[in-house]
Design a protein around this ligand. Sequence first.
Ligand code: SF4
Ligand code: SF4
Length: 510
Amino acid sequence: MSEAVTAPAYRIIPIIPVLKPGAMEGSGPYVANDKIQGALGFPGELVDDWHDQAIAKMGELLGKYRSLKVYMDSCVHCGACSDKCHYFIGTQDPKNMPVARQDLMRSVYRRYFTLPGKIFPKLVGARDLTREVLDEWHNYFHQCSDCRRCSVFCPYGIDTAEVTMAAREILDSVGYGQKYSNEIIGKVHKIGNNLGLPGPALRDTLEGLEEDVKEDTGIDVRFPIDVKGAEVLFITPSADFFAEPHIDSLIGYAKVFHATGTSWTLSSMSSEAANFGMFIGNYEQLRTIAMRIREVALELGVKRIVVGECGHAWRVAYSFWNTLTGVGDGADPNDRFAMMLQKQLDHRYKQPMHVCEYTWDMIEQGALSFDKEANDKHIITFHDSCNVARGSSMGGYPGGQFDIPRNIIKAVANNFVEMSPSTTHERTFCCGGGGGLLTDDLLDLRVKGALPRMEVLQQVADEHGVNFMACICAICKAQFTKVMPIYGFDRRMIGGVHQLVSNAIKLGAK
Ligand code: SF4
Ligand code: SF4
């Protein structure tokens, strides 16, 4: 499929794209089959009375999530969000303007849930939910990566990602789900990770890594798994176990734990930080996936939970684990197991903690030493991953999620360059593969969605010789590895922050 996909031409000055109506109307993900749907408790195929069920589900969500109702009612169509979406910039399809994406649902909302829409539908832009509209939802709500960039620019704070998640939940409820995300969620339920990597294979991989690191450094760096009584339970995206460049960050985490003398463990039962329940907007799936982590934490008796480099996983851990599972402040006092976990965890430490917080804390305490010259071949920039930038924090202060990864990079490397400020920090662009879109059936969309980040990367490559873009997200790593060559970059230009840590850390120095 990649041969047929070409990168859009860079724009000389970033400008509002020329409109290409209908450019992406045929672009949709594969529909989940009955087996995939059934494993998640969703109808196996589009149900006969899908219209009534979809409207009923919409009513349920409007009642359950006040924000959704507010978003449906409060848009003034000012247009401030319209050119802020990477998918609109890359595809030029006006339906990929965030406001237009919201209107796909808002028009149906008006028809069935507002008086003017019931009486004068045409006057207020209200539409019946027809099969054509449902198909449009399936396609265009899978051209949004839930990245929330548009909401930063909206004077009312309308969050298109929440609208997208609600639409996907409605689609699942009538048997019209997306193959990629739902299949992955099924694998987590059955095996414990997105890849369907069973425990013995995981153990083999980790043993192989121990041998590789020993050969490379001469030091016995361990990758422990299922260790009862370990202090730290480490939860990381399963891509870290085998994919390039992800695995280099896994080696980096292990070296940090080794150098700080921390007892830590991975888990075969909960070998996945990712939680695609968020992408499909389904609370039950979100909770069931997260619950595996609590079960393992209780079983192993760990004192701390640390999360590896993954954008949406950190958003789920930071923003939702407390109420979902009882990890962190805000656990439900009526939930016996949440209270058990609260008692077990060591509250002198942040719970949960991001691995960047852990490493930066150790650096600040002087517990780690680095040979910064080991990274001298790299001129490094940093891509803020959208879910970390706009859905979480680090270090216990606003903006910590921007400072801490950069602080680490500067502590382990000599050459760091920022990209244009209009595309970093809270204004960062999504990589183009987030939100459940990292699938080859959407490769054309992914390539086009990467355009704004590729343009700015090209700028710093031309002006400063940047040859390495660090990030802290498994999806960004996988997406950029795939699309960068299409834009003429070397796929090895993308890597993790802990990959840089791994290059420079002095093992056994302290
Ligand atoms: S992809 Fe991001 S910027 Fe585009 S509509 Fe969705 S949330 Fe908004
Ligand atoms: S910026 Fe907000 S109010 Fe303005 S069009 Fe976009 S969603 Fe509507």
